[in-house]
Design a protein around this ligand. Structure first.
Ligand SMILES: *[C@@H]1O[C@H](CO)[C@@H](O)[C@H](O)[C@H]1NC(C)=O
Ligand SMILES: *[C@@H]1O[C@H](CO)[C@@H](O)[C@H](O)[C@H]1NC(C)=O
Ligand SMILES: *[C@@H]1O[C@H](CO)[C@@H](O)[C@H](O)[C@H]1NC(C)=O
Length: 459
């Protein structure tokens, strides 16, 4: 271990010289985000925000930006290439002062998709412990990042070539960077933008569509740590945006915030990040449907994306794949996901038309494909309604559905004896071709015997 002089740039791009420990091994060229402790937090105010670079040329080894603001003809970090787009990752609140563990995974997933400079903003020092104090810091951090971006521009990068990806509070940091740069950044992606202290904030103070040429957000915990209102041009609400499949739910999450179960209770909140990384991995596409509410989406009222050119997709497609112009604003987009990576499901519209009933009834619909699991859906049938629609998420494509089963699950409450189904149709959404629907007509579903139909697979 040796002591080494490092130049650290402050807010006003004045550089200070600080002494940091460094190993003299070749490996020492690799930098990492800082951890901080409550003790360090109280004792020094020196090291605040640092910037780390990952590119295809150093995909396993973060480089620290150091001499950036001293001499512009000097090489900042060897691998930065101003002809390439620059992705900037901004982490969020760190309850325990620990560095985020997912940074390399996200940076590498970005590099797999695009030859780019990936800059990791390390503001762990400013982001830790008391949430309200961290919120006090976020604009100062944004100001520092905007200075940094201005410096990168002197090397030839354009504002449009920047894409900021902010997680939780980092989304609002990114938004404020965008405000400071007058909305001229290329893109901002907010991964479950933080809710507490932001929902009622002025758009100036939080992420909003005026912060970049294209702003998108993915919402996964909008009833707790995430924000419930749309903040981008396009806002993806996963499974309604509140509770995620495979995450346990506790109403008392905040009590545990300083304990090891913290990681467990922020499962919903962190899902946005994991789904985004999975989308970058590209094993399947995560597309959503513009709709006014999740209920309307589930009721099959929003099954096409015609007005957008194509359905918005999570990932790096330009404007999320929306070709319509001008871009929408605050457009809520809904999709379902599964509980584990790669999270994709196939959205299928189930439509049932029954002959008028004398009594209310209940029907269970089961879709089966190999390897499964089956998708089950319960429909409550009423006497004054004959057409029922529901959207379900199924693990396989429509053409892989092997059979459909209907069961008249009436209990004492539902005493309809036989149900005459005029038709039952299952359709892929968005529907693009005629063969995207499978229908069976004139089915009798008795109380004691389930009905089922096998499909010939066409894919
Ligand atoms: C920057 O550094 C180069 C060589 O390292 C030197 O020639 C040049 O004069 C320096 N410029 C300034 C403004 O210090
Ligand atoms: C920087 O990126 C451009 C565009 O991909 C490429 O043509 C150029 O060779 C790169 N420069 C260096 C030094 O790698
Ligand atoms: C990405 O894909 C690789 C291999 O296909 C897999 O090992 C990795 O876990 C995936 N990562 C995510 C975040 O889905």
């Amino acid at each position: 271990m040796a002591w080494k002089l490092l130049k650290i740039c402050t807010l006003l791009s004045i550089c200070a010289i600080v002494v940091v420990a460094s190993d003299e091994e070749p490996r020492a060229k690799c930098a990492d985000l800082n951890n901080t402790t409550l003790l360090k937090y109280g004792s020094t105010n020196k090291i605040q925000v640092q910037y780390l670079l990952l590119t295809r040329k150093n995909a396993d080894c973060l480089n620290l930006f150091t001499q950036l603001c001293l001499n512009h003809t000097q090489k900042h970090t060897a691998h930065f290439n101003s002809s390439l787009p620059t992705k900037v990752i901004v982490h969020g609140y760190r309850a325990l002062g620990s560095k985020p563990s997912w940074v390399m995974g996200l940076a590498q997933a970005l590099l797999q998709n695009e030859d780019a400079n990936v800059v990791v903003v390390d503001w762990v020092y400013k982001a830790s412990f008391a949430y309200n104090l961290v919120v006090d810091n976020y604009k100062e951090v944004a100001l520092q990042i905007s200075v940094f971006i201005n410096q990168l521009m002197t090397f030839g990068s354009t504002l449009e070539s920047f894409h900021l990806i902010g997680i939780s509070l980092g989304a609002h940091v990114s938004g404020f960077v965008g405000t400071l740069l007058e909305g001229k950044l290329g893109r901002i992606t907010g991964l479950d933008p933080a809710g507490p202290m932001f929902k009622n904030a002025d758009p100036f103070d939080r992420l909003d569509p005026s912060d970049a040429m294209f702003v998108e957000a993915i919402h996964t915990d909008s009833d707790y740590f995430g924000i419930s209102i749309p903040v981008g041009h396009v806002d993806f609400f996963l499974n309604g945006g509140m509770d995620q499949t495979g995450c346990a739910h506790s109403r008392f999450a905040s009590i545990f915030i300083y304990f090891p179960v913290y990681g467990y209770v922020i499962c919903d909140h962190m899902r946005a990040l994991h789904v985004y990384m999975s989308a970058l991995n590209g094993s399947c596409s995560l597309i959503g449907f513009p709709c006014s509410s999740y209920e309307d989406f589930l009721e099959g009222r929003c099954t096409s994306c015609n007005s957008f050119g194509s359905c918005p997709q999570i990932g790096l497609l330009r404007n999320s794949g929306i070709t319509a112009s001008p871009l929408p604003i605050h457009e809520k987009v809904y999709l379902m996901t599964s509980s584990t990576a790669p999270y994709c499901v196939h959205h299928i519209l189930v439509e049932l038309k029954v002959a008028p009933l004398e009594k209310s009834a209940e029907v269970q619909v089961t879709l089966t494909s190999t390897p499964g699991p089956d998708t089950e859906l319960t429909l409550r049938l009423q006497t004054d309604k004959t057409i029922y629609k529901k959207v379900v998420g199924h693990p396989e494509r429509l053409c892989k559905i092997e059979s459909i089963q209907l069961r008249n699950t009436g209990t004492r409450l539902y005493r309809q004896a036989n149900i005459h189904v005029e038709h039952i149709c299952i359709s892929k959404i968005p529907k693009t071709r005629k063969m995207d629907s499978l229908c069976v007509e004139n089915v009798e579903v008795g109380r004691s015997t389930p009905w089922s139909h096998d499909f010939v697979q066409v894919c």
